[in-house]
Ligand binder design. Sequence first.
Ligand code: NAD
Ligand code: MLT
Length: 308
Amino acid sequence: MKVLVSDSLSEEGVSKLSEHFDVDVSTGLSEDELVEKIGSFDALVIRSGTQVTKRVIDAADNLKIVGRAGVGVDNIDVDAATEKGIIVVNAPEGNMLSAAEHTIAMMMSMARNIPQANASLKAKKWERKNFMGVEVNGKTLGVIGLGRIGAEVAKRAQGLEMSILAYDPFVTEDRAKDMGVELTTVDDIAQRADFITVHTPLIKETRNILDKAQFDMMKSSARVINCARGGIINEEALADAARDGKIAGAAIDVFTSEPPFDCPFLGLDNVIVTPHLGASTEEAQVNVAVSVAEEVISVLNGGSARNT
Ligand code: NAD
Ligand code: MLT
């Protein structure tokens, strides 16, 4: 059987697959190229770069499984795949600690202006007064989406002596109490939090969950973080709020369109950005690649999948 790996996948995953199947690693394919190529493959393994559109699914005459080496399946037309009997699996746990650590790193970098100060000193400037920061100790962090990554972020922020507010319609009061977290609404978080971080999937209920109305409610000292998916925070509203001083800053890892070269806040000094690095650690990439490889091996050998 044949497996196509169309985004960069850790060697551990590729070699596991190669023990069982004929593996073709071809990255950077356009949609047309993927449509042309997919017909003979039994499995497709991707990260976030490949868009598995309905056109791709329609052309996938032998495909049995799409494996997403990561969490978000928003780059896959899951309905089209399901309709055709193609299983879609992800790797929900392998990168959660890396994504949580990146969120904390972004929060601390933003609080202390580290990217801006680094760029300034490397340009041979000594501008200590320009980079006055804030402590996170004693501050309130609002977590929107208290799932795997949101919960790990909350735990780490509590270690930094922050108080946690959270909004997640699927988390019970008992669970929140166990975690030492106060459940509330998005608008209450917008009004009370010093830092706000989003960790939901991108679905219609979460698209633009932070929009102009919420930015208008925030403290002028508020700072927002998105290490989940572009579009959960409205990018235009964020750019306006950061530019007009309605908030103090933002730290963004993910964008509605990637690479985000037309993004409205890319040129703002008080917005720091990284190129979708949340899961980019050696550990996470091995974890997700091995997890997806195991799923593909099981399904193509007639077994079941764990993470559908
Ligand atoms: P998860 O499924 O474990 O948690 C998501 C949480 O969002 C759940 O608790 C769910 O109840 C909650 N939720 C669903 N609808 C909601 C709504 N309307 N309002 C508020 N909360 C809602 O997912 P996760 O593994 O924690 O991943 C979170 C996000 O991080 C996903 O978007 C994922 O794609 C993204 N992610 C990004 C990176 C990166 O590289 N930056 C890495 C890993 C994951
Ligand atoms: C994910 O959803 O797992 C992340 O966005 C990381 C990735 O793109 O691999």
